[in-house]
Design a protein around this ligand. Structure first.
Ligand code: HEC
Ligand code: HEC
Length: 226
């Protein structure tokens, strides 16, 4: 009798897992894969990983496939940098001993989970509003704007170990992210993440496009294996 019940329970949960797929099974413990976005500061500080429920509006599929097989660190001080810094001789330092490595997937799993992720597109409306104007900017001019005029460098690395550490690194951003997402996020971080630490600096259209071109320049130069 006891055994019958056990078999029934297992049969049921097995079916549920199969239906949820790999994302549900292996990723949902740390990533928000269903939405909505985090609505409170407390929840934002407690996040175990970035939201993935709008992954199809955000990432480049080929980057997902490759990063998931060989993940490299994107947020130098983890999800909430306050939890991973310690005082050092030159000021606060990242306590890397408290950071863990991301799970790596086989090529087959990375390919199928990336395909699952690319189907998640709740923000087609935000993406459709944006267009990328063609143009280029030198690394020097771009950095001047990024650092001095727009104050982005306080939170973002533009080279490994050069820049701020509370946000994601941006030297591989153009390889990682769709250009319309970059434009839209810079225009209004809170449209994507209502509790984002990134301030809306109300950049002009010219400056937004400049930043996209700058991030493209940076990614072309990034030679660290991404
Ligand atoms: C133990 C928690 C944990 C699990 C489980 C986990 N992740 Fe992550 N994931 C993280 C953290 C933390 C980051 C941020 C890493 C960084 O910034 O360097 C991350 C980053 C990512 C990123 C890059 C996102 C970005 O915008 O920077 C992707 C894509 C991703 N994870 C996909 C997955 C997938 C797919 C799975 C399941 C197969 C998974 N993760 C399982 C914690 C986790
Ligand atoms: C106070 C810190 C801070 C400042 C200043 C800041 N950002 Fe951010 N930025 C963040 C954080 C944190 C994120 C990650 C998204 C989140 O957690 O809401 C982010 C995300 C981004 C992203 C998307 C990256 C990704 O992987 O999703 C881009 C692009 C970006 N910022 C560009 C800029 C630009 C350009 C400026 C200057 C105009 C700037 N940021 C200023 C903190 C900052």
């Amino acid at each position: 009798m006891k055994r019958m019940i056990l078999v029934t329970v297992l049969g049921f949960s097995g079916a549920v897992l199969a239906e949820g797929g790999m994302l549900q099974e292996s990723c949902a413990a740390c990533h928000n894969i269903k939405g909505p976005a985090t609505q409170t500061l407390k929840a934002a500080f407690e996040k175990k990983g970035p939201a993935l429920f709008y992954a199809g509006n955000k990432y480049r599929q080929e980057w997902l496939v490759s990063w998931l097989q060989k993940p490299s660190r994107i947020r130098p001080a983890g999800m909430y940098y306050g939890g991973h810094i310690k005082p050092g001789p030159k000021g606060d330092e990242i306590d890397t001993s408290t950071l863990t490595d991301h799970i790596a997937l086989s090529k087959a799993d990375a390919t199928s989970v990336a395909a699952e992720l690319m189907k998640l597109k709740p923000h087609n409306d935000l993406i459709a509003k944006e267009k990328i104007e063609s143009g280029t900017i030198s690394k020097q001019m771009g950095e001047m704007a990024f650092n001095k005029f727009l104050g982005c460098m306080a939170c973002h690395l533009i080279e490994p170990e050069y820049g701020g550490v509370s946000g994601p690194e941006l030297y591989t951003a153009a390889k990682r992210l769709q250009p319309q997402y970059i434009v839209s996020f810079i225009r209004s971080p809170q449209a994507w993440e209502p509790k984002s630490m990134m301030p809306n600096k109300n950049l002009s259209e010219v400056n937004i496009q400049k930043m996209v071109h700058y991030l493209e320049t940076l990614s072309k130069e990034a030679t660290n294996g991404h």
